[in-house]
Design a protein around this ligand. Sequence first.
Ligand code: NDP
Length: 278
Amino acid sequence: MSRHPQFAVFGHPISHSLSPLIHQAFAQQFGIALDYRTIDAPADTFAEAVKRFFEQEGGRGANVTLPHKAAAYALADERTQAATHVGTANVLTRQADGRLVAHNTDGAGLVRDLTDRHDLDLRGHDALLLGAGGAARAVAWSLFEAGVQTLTIVNRSPQAADVVADAIGEPARVHTRYWEDLGNIGCFDLIVNATSAGTLGQSLTLPFALAGARAVCYDLGYGKSAFSFLAWARAAGALHAYDGLGMLVEQAADAFELWHHKRPDTEPVYQQLKAHIA
Ligand code: NDP
């Protein structure tokens, strides 16, 4: 077994995070003895905690989750193209020269879960994205890049949806509608719930008419937080309804590969997590 320097996930709260379990499972596939820990950092201590981790404690890479994704993007010395498009980072890597690089693997994680695990060809799909927060922004860009024909973004606060659409800058294919209009905007092949309603214990009230006959519905949340949206999708007659557990594992696999230059097999870890949260 080889010994690796430190990796961590920063968040607040962080005790619920599945990242340690996922990264340890990936590491086992390669016989790596991984030193990976959770670091609970309230917003006002985040920058200092990151600095200490990378500059004094030998940190080589970190996952970043709520509420620090924008702060992680801002404090990095360099940003990948994906992170720049999204304006937030969920992964930090430390280069040999000490510079911190911000990455965003969330959107790629969703697309790989849909295309590889669930065998969906996104090209030509009319997609509806609910929500316009940090995750929605990552997802919007990646869905667009993956070739959806149109992307309609709807958010409770309409200005935030406009910001996400404007960042992509393709008004012929990417546009916004008001939440109040959900009842009369037609139906979609792909509906992605990127709101945090489920996580907050709230239910969305959505018209059944949104789901077309071949609709695939996807909630970025998983476990209990996805229950309400997935129940709606099934009642609306969607062809498939998936939660965001696969996205979580896929975005982590990208981080693992950035740090260890090895591509883990995500399927056994996905199955392990499914059993873990059931
Ligand atoms: P943000 O806080 O940045 O954004 C929250 C979004 O949800 C906003 O658009 C907000 O609308 C909307 N929202 C919240 N409550 C409601 C409601 N009751 N009705 C309608 N809209 C609502 O969160 P993130 O974008 O970071 O995360 C969103 C979700 O995605 C979370 O559940 C998170 O756990 C999940 N996630 C999953 C990942 C995975 O790997 N599976 C990765 C990243 C995130 P408004 O602007 O009007 O407030």
